[in-house]
Design a protein around this ligand. Structure first.
Ligand code: FE2
Length: 379
């Protein structure tokens, strides 16, 4: 896990944020899915994750199965129900495959629960200790937007492979990691007029502050629009942009998401790499599909962003986008939705100093998304 037993030194990078929890990082992301076994295979074979842990009938769990896969600091938990009724089925029935829990690594899950619920968070799990032969963890949880939750994970007294109840999982499948390193940010889509409700929630309940960057204004194309604000915790390890749809001549991509997800939820997970050209080359070789901006994007991009270390040719061939802010530049690319409904997707990002989120690319990108929406009849 990303959890070594001692807590790292926490540097304050977002001075406005009040780090009363504090959050040490993203512990894991749990997705509820229709067929966890096949989803796990997808993340292993296509995305280079390695099998880490498993719970299900063989470990004494009767109502669900979970496969845990990991690549450096990114841990995904893929969960499917083994019974016909219950909350996992309800979640999948309503939302399709999607993120249930953004689990946050903390030093003290009891205190995190007390601090957040006393500030108005709705509890989904009071602090509970779980133990096995490898030690104990404390888990607690609160609601966030839609049916999504935050689970607080305190693992400083645990040496096991993932969490109590899970056994190691080592299929003989050969694994070739892709250089994905950590969760850079996770974006939530919320309904009309709800962006400030949720940015206020992260400020009031979690002590986050808005990350002021040049991404903040309305973002629109000729047809569709959205609004976005980025909330971050004090040490900057957790960044949650929150989007809401805005009025445009046609249906916003956020509205399409809300329609198909049947409410707010996680729109995309941005994974950081140290070499986006290698990572994306390999992902494409393994069949991952990305949004494609027009070739003309590359005719003028260097006029906008100035000098970059990389050759433009491989970036153009792969469709990787470039943006710059006051502190440096970033390289990024977005997949098409990775689930059946036009909802969740991934971003691959390589930061070279920039701390923003690629606003300069949004217009080109949204036009690419609109072309996809047109083929779905949802524009
Ligand atoms: Fe992003």
């Amino acid at each position: 896990m990303n959890g070594s037993s001692s807590s790292p030194q926490l540097e304050k990078v977002n001075p406005e944020a009040e780090d009363f929890l504090p959050l040490l990082g993203t512990d894991h992301i749990e997705l509820y899915c229709g067929n966890a076994k096949q989803s796990a295979y997808y993340y292993i074979a296509a995305w280079g994750f390695k099998p880490l842990a498993y719970c299900g009938l063989e470990t004494g769990v009767r109502d669900r199965v979970s496969y845990v896969v990991q690549q450096e600091k990114i841990t995904l938990v893929l969960t499917s129900p083994l019974i016909p009724d219950g909350p996992i089925n309800d979640h999948i029935n309503r939302h399709g495959d999607g993120v249930k829990s953004i689990a946050l690594w903390v030093d003290n899950a009891s205190k995190s629960w007390e601090e957040t619920t006393s500030r108005g968070a709705v509890s989904v799990m009071a602090p509970a200790t779980r133990e096995d032969k490898d030690g104990s963890v404390v888990l607690s949880g609160i609601e966030t937007y839609g049916d999504t939750v935050h689970t607080f994970v305190e693992r400083k007294n645990y040496q096991g492979v993932f969490l109590p109840g899970y056994g190691p999982w080592n299929p003989s499948q050969p694994i070739k990691p892709l250089g994905l390193r950590y969760v850079d940010h996770m974006v939530g889509n919320v309904g009309w007029g709800e962006m400030n409700t949720w940015t206020d929630f992260y400020a009031r309940v979690m002590g986050f502050a808005q990350l002021i960057s040049f991404d903040d204004k309305d973002i629109s194309t000729e047809f569709t629009a959205l609004m976005s604000k980025v909330m971050s915790n004090g040490n900057g390890r957790i960044k949650f942009p929150i989007n809401e749809p805005a009025e445009g001549r046609k249906k916003s991509q956020i509205e399409e998401y809300i329609d198909f997800y049947q409410g707010p939820g996680v729109q995309h997970i941005a994974l950081a790499t140290s070499n986006i050209i290698e990572t994306v080359t390999e992902l494409r070789n393994r069949g991952i599909e990305f949004l494609q901006v027009p070739a003309t994007y590359y005719d003028t991009v260097l006029d906008r962003v100035g000098h970059i270390d990389e050759d433009l040719d491989p970036l153009r061939e792969l469709g990787i986008l470039i943006d710059r802010d006051d502190e440096g530049y970033l390289l990024q690319i977005f997949t098409k939705p990775v689930v059946d409904r036009p909802t969740m997707f991934f971003e691959i990002i390589q930061r070279k100093g920039a701390k923003s989120f690629g606003k300069g690319n949004f217009k080109a990108l949204f036009e690419a998304i609109e072309r996809e929406q047109e083929t779905r009849g949802t524009l």
